[in-house]
Design a protein around this ligand. Sequence first.
Ligand SMILES: Cc1ncc(COP(=O)(O)O)c(C=O)c1O
Length: 449
Amino acid sequence: MQRLLEDAARRASRYLESISERAVRPDPEAVRRLSELDVELPAAGVPGEQVLKLLDERVGPATMAMAGPRFFGFVIGGSLPVTVAASWLATAWDQNVGYYRSTPGVSHLEQVALAWLNDLFGFPRGTAGGFVTGATMANFTALAAARHAVLKRVGWAVDADGLSGAPPITVIAGEEAHPTLLKSLGLLGLGRNRVTRVPVDSQGRMRADALPRIDGPTIVCLQAGNVNTGAFDPFEPLCTAAHRAGAWVHVDGAFGLWAVAAPSRAHLASGIALADSWATDAHKWLNVPYDSGLAFVREAEALRAAMAVSAEYLPAASPQRNPCDYTPELSRRARGVEVWAALLSLGRDGVAELIERNCRQARRFAEILSGAGHRILNDVVLNQVLVSFGAAEKTLRVIDAIQEDGTCWCGPTVWQGQTAMRISVCSAATTDADVERSAAAMVAAARSR
Ligand SMILES: Cc1ncc(COP(=O)(O)O)c(C=O)c1O
């Protein structure tokens, strides 16, 4: 056991220590050779050491360096070293964190981490939270609580009686809602296409003046951090109007919610605490390893009612918080361990520094690229930069060149009809030198195509 774990630690350390010097994209030869893993399941098992060797030597080089300092694709954080180490320990403990009584250590850590997060995000006292896989499931979880609450108010018990025959729920979301929010609504039987979409402005912010008249059970879905521009919906007027009409307000804050924890960015999310529920990721801006998302609900009972289960063989009601009363899963890994470790090791100031540094770095990218004559398509208010290198074909060619070069990695998008490259800065590992080096590679790639 010890030899195997030490071998894994050695290999993992080597991987992480060399990650800033290797190409960010997966090694093409290693990707080609992945087909050599397509073998019949052997009758006799292979010793652990050889299994690890195969992983390290065959799969490691075929990974994208997402844990490194110059991966700027999608919205992907790295992992603080302490969170990788904490994750290893938690994996060794192998706790199924459903019930406090059976897993007191990790259940307790979840409570502590949730209290810290409630404080960091300025949520109302008593806000309940659940640890899930990511923002998609966090949206799903919080929206299940919303569905429960808005139907309960009109006398319908959706968790018991389902949606057939239920009073209809109106769901309102901006034209720029993330597609996974719509997926969550579909999973909840609220329909991806039944959503009333509200027009947005040039940054993707919902127009408060375009909020439709609200009548009957209604959920209004707002966004903190547009995946392309980083923009925030105007929470104060929207929450006020929605609440006046009796609606539930949910905020998808997959990465944008973290702005609240950074004094220089918090104004962007002004009024966010007025909402009823929030979703965010820890695997994005808190820099814990995949997978880790968080759902928060002001009305704890609504979340419990939507998520709790009971059975004779399961531990009976406890005075402590049972984690499975707040998540879709009964059995799951103890995600709270890494969240707790990240928060404790960073402290309030460290979280703020991480968010503010990445925002400053995003602005530096914009400065260098616009200085080189390229067009920045968004107001760089957070950690997202959209850059056009000219016509769509040229922009796509430059993105290919940047990915092939391997200094850094960015992906494409189409923003309000214009093809662009997205730069998303959310890694604790990214230094200012990484930004200069990556921006220089981008400018050189644009010159070459
Ligand atoms: C605004 C927003 N919501 C939801 C998601 C989905 O998050 P996850 O992939 O963690 O489920 C993303 C992912 O980037 C996002 O940016």
